[in-house]
Design a protein around this ligand. Structure first.
Ligand code: NAP
Length: 308
């Protein structure tokens, strides 16, 4: 049986994705008609990313059995009431590796005090070893767990926090409100890798930021909604937070004139922490199409009630 697979992830992405997808589908032994346009009622599977030319109403896709997101974060589609099919988010080895490199790089930059190094004055200040620099990893999913393990391998004590109780190698795991407090009270570096849901909105706010040790560093490659921006700016100005590296924002691109741009202890990166890599992610898509064809459970299904 030939499956009609609609690439509904933006015309601009098609040139990057067409060859890897065709190759991965072929390698998975799937007979597929991979297209960028099709009558909605003919579509068996949809590959999706939010954007201008992607569907907002899924009602006409009556035969579609699954929507496969190219993005890890699904907050722009998860609440769509017209979407009744299973929704799978992206867990891609290339994306995970990119996030590990971003988080480890910026954590080491904070740990070693790279921004404060002076080339003009001889003023030795020996940084502590990683073992003396606890890191809080808020979110222990595909990305948080990988980043936490990489930091733990470098010697950082990693305290993790998730919605449900977890057991992750090399990470001291906590959950619940008390768990959050315990993790933040010890953290000199905080990494936020939580999804954007109503329950995670402003998880870093005036109260939770007040639990941090003086001078802690925030690294947010998760989502802009995780942080109460006014509270973070106040905590930076008060010294409670020593520095922040922010990759994601409530409004993107971050508007010109936003206080983050000019703040001396804020680094803005333009949502580049980790991108889905077609060469590795196409294999993940093809495996889910194979599972669908063979009646097996899909990988990385979104829990619609939890919102991620
Ligand atoms: P994931 O596998 O779904 O993991 C999410 C983690 O967050 C899980 O550990 C989950 O807890 C925890 N969580 C969710 N709601 C929570 C709550 N209310 N309280 C405490 N913990 C909560 O997601 P992922 O693949 O690691 O990705 C995480 C996020 O990174 C994405 O949602 C996306 O927003 C962001 N991201 C950013 C970029 C970028 O370039 N900046 C790239 C990719 C992804 P449980 O383990 O108990 O379920």
């Amino acid at each position: 049986m030939t499956l009609t697979i609609l690439f509904a992830a933006g015309a601009n992405r098609w040139p990057l994705w067409e060859s890897p997808l065709r190759r991965a589908l072929h390698q998975a032994g799937i007979a597929a008609d991979l297209v960028t346009e099709a009558a909605p009622e003919a579509v068996d599977v949809m590959i999706y990313a939010p954007g201008g030319d992607t569907p907002a109403d899924f009602t006409p896709y009556t035969r579609c059995k699954a929507v496969l997101s190219l993005w890890a974060g699904v907050e722009r589609i998860v609440g769509n009431q017209t979407l009744t099919q299973p929704l799978c988010r992206m867990v891609d080895p290339g994306l995970t590796q990119g996030m590990v490199e971003y988080v480890v790089g910026h954590a080491l930059r904070a740990h070693l005090g790279v921004d404060a190094l002076s080339q003009t004055r001889w003023a030795p200040k020996i940084p502590p070893l990683a073992a003396e620099r606890p890191v809080a990893m808020l979110g222990l999913g595909a990305l948080g767990a990988a980043c936490g393990e990489a930091l733990a391998c470098l010697g950082f004590p990693v305290l993790g926090w998730s919605r449900t109780a977890k057991d992750v190698p090399m990470i001291e795991c906590h959950h619940g409100r008390e768990g959050l407090r315990m993790v933040l009270e010890q953290a000199q570096i905080v990494v936020t890798l939580l999804p954007a849901t109503p329950a995670t909105e402003n998880i870093l706010n005036a109260e939770t930021l007040s639990w941090l040790p003086e001078g802690a560093t925030i690294i947010n490659p998760g989502r802009g909604t995780l942080i109460d921006d006014d509270a973070l700016l106040a905590a930076l100005d008060a010294g409670r937070v020593g520095s922040a590296t922010l990759d994601v924002f409530r409004t993107e691109p971050l508007p010109q004139g936003h206080p983050y741009w000019a703040h001396p202890r804020v680094t803005v990166t333009p949502h580049i922490a980790a991108d889905t890599r077609p060469s590795t992610a196409a294999t993940v898509i093809a495996e889910n199409v194979r599972r669908l064809r063979d009646g097996e459970p899909l990988l990385h299904c979104v829990d619609r009630s939890a919102g991620y």
